[in-house]
Design a protein around this ligand. Structure first.
Ligand SMILES: C[S@@+](CC[C@H](N)C(=O)[O-])C[C@H]1O[C@@H](n2cnc3c(N)ncnc32)[C@H](O)[C@@H]1O
Length: 197
């Protein structure tokens, strides 16, 4: 009897380790590790993008669905999650259903680089330094004029941010993008500042 219980416990521990390993490994294999965004930073990004209730926000790499839940619950928007890992897709689906926002959220199991974004009013992307250039190139021509892109931690070099939150490291871009970068944005901000004296 004791042996059977031990075997079951061992089996459960092995299964949990495999699932957790795949949870971490699959995102890494696709070049974008699973790093959940702090809720304060998500809120700031959606505020900076001025997400409205009649709009559709896409989270590129939806992870556990936390961005989708906040966009639907606090901003009243419709939210679409694009996610490559089947485990994260399941977690995001469960999270949005248990949070009571399932009716306003859709999750697609596919790559952010090949998904149709024509419908997106706001795009949220928590990317990495290595993936940011690829993301910028892939976004070119895929978003309608007036759409906004918010990136977390890394800017999209080659595009001048419309606004940014230096403390939270959130960057906002309006489509079509203005060529430039963070330094041209800072120069513009300095030149626009009213001079005293
Ligand atoms: C940095 S996490 C961000 C999670 C979530 N958006 C957040 O802010 O908490 C990146 C997510 O992108 C997913 N991912 C990685 N490569 C992807 C790809 N090519 N297409 C879609 N999702 C991808 C990973 O599985 C991971 O869940």
């Amino acid at each position: 009897m004791m042996q059977t219980i031990l075997l079951i416990l061992l089996f459960l521990a092995a299964a949990a380790s495999i699932v957790y390993g795949l949870w971490l490994l699959i995102p890494i294999l696709y070049g974008l590790p699973w790093v959940p965004t702090n809720p304060r930073r998500i809120r700031r990004a959606l505020q900076l993008a001025q997400l409205r209730p009649d709009e559709v926000v896409y989270d590129l790499g939806a992870g556990d669905g936390r961005v989708l839940v906040m966009a639907a619950r606090e901003f009243g928007a419709r939210a679409v999650g694009i996610e490559i890992s089947p485990l994260q897709c399941c977690a995001a689906w469960l999270n949005t259903r248990f949070s009571g926002v399932g009716g306003r959220v859709t999750i697609h199991w596919r790559s952010i680089y090949t998904s149709d974004l024509a419908n997106a009013d706001v795009v949220f992307a928590h990317t990495t330094a290595a993936q940011a250039p690829r993301l910028r190139v892939s976004l070119e021509g895929r978003l309608h004029p007036g759409a906004r892109v918010v990136t977390i931690l890394y800017d999209l070099e080659g595009w001048q941010p419309q606004d940014m939150d230096d403390r939270e490291m959130v960057f906002l871009y309006h489509m079509p993008p203005t060529p430039g970068g963070v330094s041209s944005y800072q120069l513009q901000r300095y030149l626009d500042k009213p001079k005293s004296g």
